[in-house]
Design a protein around this ligand. Sequence first.
Ligand code: ATP
Length: 316
Amino acid sequence: SKKIYCIGELLIDFVAENQGADLTKASLFTKKAGGAPANVACAISKLEGKSAFIGCVGEDPFGTYLIKTLEACDVDLSLLQRSDTFTTLAFVSLAENGERDFVFSRGADRELTYDSSVKDNFRDQMVHLGAATALLGGPLEKTYGHYLFDAITENAFISFDPNFRADLWHGAEDLFIKKCMPYIEKSHLCKFSLEEARMLSGKSDLVEASKALHEMGTGIIAITLGSEGTWISTNQTHRTIPSIPVEPVDTTGAGDAFIGCLLQQISELSSHSHLLENDELLMEMVLTANKAGAITTTGYGAIDSLPDKNQLNNLP
Ligand code: ATP
């Protein structure tokens, strides 16, 4: 199977345990490994796919904790960098009104520098760009652009998930849209939330939104709809693949489990062109990926609740 290089943020999420307290009141925090592309790398490896993570953590105990967490999932970290800058930290709490209270101490993840020798690894493999913080400026944003270009020249299958966080963009949506464009243009597969698909296409209707997004360049669009399942669209066809009914306790990481599972299945194909020739194959893969998303919602945390092959096969 092909190796999937997941590039971008890896950070600590400090999750407040006090029910209904905003961050001024919260006093007890649980340390969790976070970062969407890192979650995706773990999802792939837990399903026995081959994954590597490329990102940067600090030379501090939190950086070491993150490395140990990804190593425990069997993610290849040989291209990971460490920096003098402190590991990136996020603090999150669910306030009384159900709103997320969030502060972010941006650190080492921003410092990922470009290494032109990495590109040889991408030859005929797969690259997942799970942006999140990657388009917020700094060395990481430049590195991202270089790796997108390298993935194209090395004939890699390219997947993009913008991971838009309103908390981080402070209303600068136009800038976010502009920065996503080259990635949507060059990716074979894009995964969006409904909010992202509407924002990036400027259309609220899913058929029209998909059409606009295909016109920007991407061949396959997956729009995850939580308990409603996944909207999947190619230039030939579109359909909603229903979700698997479960009793969710924490939906964190469901989207990452979904895209990780989809990429892991694609990595087993001899050529990804089969996907566009065979719609049924793609639909079946999405159904399996929906199972991975559903299982992840039944446990707490992102990485801890990712399914392995057995759990996936045991779901009807
Ligand atoms: P996150 O940002 O939290 O990772 P997301 O918004 O990217 O999530 P979701 O739409 O929440 O992604 O979920 C991804 C997939 O997981 C869905 O397409 C669906 O298949 C599955 N899923 C999510 N929530 C549920 C649920 N409540 N019941 C069943 N399946 C679910």
